[in-house]
Design a protein around this ligand. Sequence first.
Ligand code: 3LM
Length: 415
Amino acid sequence: MPKTAHKPGFATRAIHHAYDPALYHGALNPPVFLTSTFGFDSVQTGADRFAGEAEGFIYSRVGNPTVSILESRLASLEEGEAALATSSGMGAISAVIWSLVGSGDEILADKTLYGCTFGLLEHHIHRFGITARFVDMTNPENLRAAISPRTRMVITESPSNPNMRLADIAVVAEICRQAGALLVVDNTYCTPYLQRPLGLGADIVVHSATKYLGGHGDLIAGAVVASREHIDLIRSTGIKELNGACISAFDAFLVLRGLKTLNLRMDRHCATAARLAHDLEAHPAVEHVFYPGLDSHPQKALAERQMRAMGGMIALELKGGLSAGRAFMDGVGLATRAVSLGDAETLIQHPASMTHATYSPEERAKHGFTDGLIRLSVGLEDYEDIRNDLIGALDQLGGAATATQPVAVRDTVHA
Ligand code: 3LM
């Protein structure tokens, strides 16, 4: 790290924080400690480490030197006390829940969430004696009305996957604080470069590091950032004894490599997505574009307050509904038809049959997104090429696709 009196900036910390090459033969990049276990110099040392009375590594499920560098760096970027890297975003979310919520407790979650987070809360968690209820957090008053002494945890994404709804994190955090509930914000869509929920009052941030943090579509990983006390608890219970979702040292190395360019990539994702959202909105085949930077987004002012820029994710609906959407998606050439997000490549996918197929058609209707919704993860290719690909595919749809179909006759997908 540079020897300066003031705190280095985001990009500098993303490249240097918590790693001193001088300790590793000057190696510019951290070594990948591919080891399951760590030897103790005496029985007493081992016992002391297990008892938490001596520093030092024990076993890579609970800690590894390469992983520790990533964890310190993520904590610094999110401005949290400590972090925990996990094998996936779902591993992070489940470790947080298993560690902090118990039988008889309630979780309140936003109305739209990533499909597997929704699946966990709606379809499975009741088997462990935990109740999950969903409220529309675009209006924090809904949360204020629903929260109760039984509410142990509140979970939200902002913007939400897939339809870009926002929660006012500062207001939601204050409601949670007053009620004694923990606020967990999934910051996957924004990354700490665009939004820092802990600074707005959230207790815990979770990430799918598979996405922008890794940034290259070559790994699955997750992270939790919170107070030292919460991270120690989640590591020693959620990861060590409950779900075992530890990250491999090699994947930690890849996330560290991705972080070095996080701010540059995010700037480019955001700039291209902002231009593209306008172009898509102006196309006659498009019914609606969901992007927080557009004047048509009802929470644009909140997004401008809460986020540095508007992100690289766009959702859209075509006037021709699902059938036009399918033709559009089959008509693109540069964009890849694939789930996941935050990669260098532009990705296009259909939430109702893919990422959010965990919602039944009735649940999708109740939770507020249609079968015609299409999601774009805007990549790092040249703006003109992405634009030409998408607008060209929309142009190919022809006149029929520009006629608005009544919602009732739109095709539905039963995933
Ligand atoms: C997706 N999302 O395409 P992993 N939180 C958020 C997410 O978007 C995701 C996770 C957590 C997608 C994955 S769908 C089969 C592919 C906001 C993942 C979970 O466990 O690292 O995949 O993260 O939207």
